[in-house]
Design a protein around this ligand. Structure first.
Ligand SMILES: NC(=O)c1ccc[n+]([C@@H]2O[C@H](COP(=O)([O-])OP(=O)(O)OC[C@H]3O[C@@H](n4cnc5c(N)ncnc54)[C@H](O)[C@@H]3O)[C@@H](O)[C@H]2O)c1
Length: 319
């Protein structure tokens, strides 16, 4: 199998899982400094995999790399919705043009491959009802959400027009070991873990009652692999979360409990952040569980404990 963006949090977790299951794994990653690519994420499997440093926007490279793989996880991406609004053309370049190049390479060189695209809950933007099923309207509040929606549509188009075997997942709020911790523009849960380990307070806006669907990355990786192997899912899109909503303030309290001495501080909503607040989000995962048989396993408390332990042990590789 090939995993683009495989040195990042989700891709490397899929790589560890797949190597343990006996798969032959190649990772392609551009190792762009703003994102989560980190060779340490591949610790323990570097001798078992092939690693290609390269960019999905490079069509010639992609045409050379994609032949021969049965499964291609296309996880390469610009991941920050905040940056997507300040650097919309960069987001367009990676999340749209990059994925068209990846699809073109597959159409030309490996049309039999099964392809998975990592989309996001941000395609839904402002939430109208919960739990959110796949038919919820697209009220995108970020350029990132708009481009992820376009990405899904490219994958579907290549399925319908050229018969490529594609599937997309709309990922909720992932967290866990191997996420970058250099800046706070990715998942807030991991950022809270960093703050707690640095003995800084965790800031919660407003009453902190907004619900989120936090999914542990090991569960997420298992879901991606299970869906990849599930027949009848071609051309479709699936929500990927836990199906349970956790109030933000309770998540913060769990991080504080895992790192004793951490203070949780409540403050007013800043105006600029309020604009992108989507409202409660809770995935309806009926479709993915029915299609793949996968179920999330890790409780939020357990996942936070494992995340804290990981960064306590390997802080110098991520700070
Ligand atoms: N982390 C989240 O909150 C989240 C939520 C929903 C969806 N996703 C999506 O899941 C995918 C994986 O995210 P992640 O959390 O593992 O982030 P990550 O930053 O840890 O991994 C992304 C990887 O993609 C690589 N990359 C970026 N641009 C590239 C390019 N042009 N060519 C090749 N490699 C490139 C980066 O170097 C990085 O290693 C992304 O597409 C992301 O948009 C992430």
């Amino acid at each position: 199998m090939l995993i683009t963006g495989g040195a990042g949090m989700i891709g490397s977790t899929i790589a560890h899982l797949s190597v343990a299951q006996g798969a032959q794994v190649t990772i392609l990653d551009a190792m762009l400094p703003l994102y989560g690519g980190n060779r340490f994420n591949l610790r323990g499997i570097l001798d078992d995999i092939q690693f290609v440093e390269g960019d999905i926007r490079d069509l010639n490279l992609m045409r050379r790399v994609v032949p021969g793989y049965d499964y291609i996880f296309n996880l390469a991406g610009q991941v920050s919705y905040v940056d997507s609004n300040t650097e919309p053309l960069l987001d367009l370049d990676i999340n749209c043009k990059g994925h068209i190049q990846a699809l073109e390479a597959c159409r030309l060189e490996n049309p039999q491959a099964r392809l998975l695209f990592a989309s996001s809950r941000f395609v839904y933007g402002r939430i109208e009802y919960n739990p959110v099923d796949e038919n919820h309207p697209f009220n995108c509040l970020s350029i990132y959400g708009i481009h992820k929606l376009a990405g899904e549509k490219y994958y579907r188009f290549y399925h319908e027009a050229y018969g490529l075997n594609t599937v997309s997942v709309r990922i909720a709020n992932p967290y866990g070991p191997r996420q970058q911790m250099k800046h706070s523009k990715y998942g807030i849960l991991n950022w809270f873990v960093r703050l707690a380990l640095e003995e800084k307070p965790l800031t919660v806006f407003g009453d902190g009652q907004q619900r989120r669907d936090y999914i542990f990355n090991a569960d997420l990786a298992e879901a991606c692999v299970a869906l990849m192997l599930s027949p009848g899912t071609e051309g479709r899109v699936y929500n990927l979360g836990t199906g349970t909503g956790m109030p933000f303030i309770e998540m913060a309290a769990m991080v504080a409990e895992a790192v004793p001495g951490t203070e949780v501080r409540q403050v007013e909503w800043p105006q600029d952040r309020y604009f992108v607040e989507t409202g409660d989000y809770l995935s309806d995962i009926t479709r993915i569980t029915a299609a793949s048989g996968w179920q999330p396993k890790t409780s939020l408390q357990e996942g936070i404990r494992r995340t804290v332990n990981y960064y306590q042990e390997h802080q110098e590789e991520y700070w």
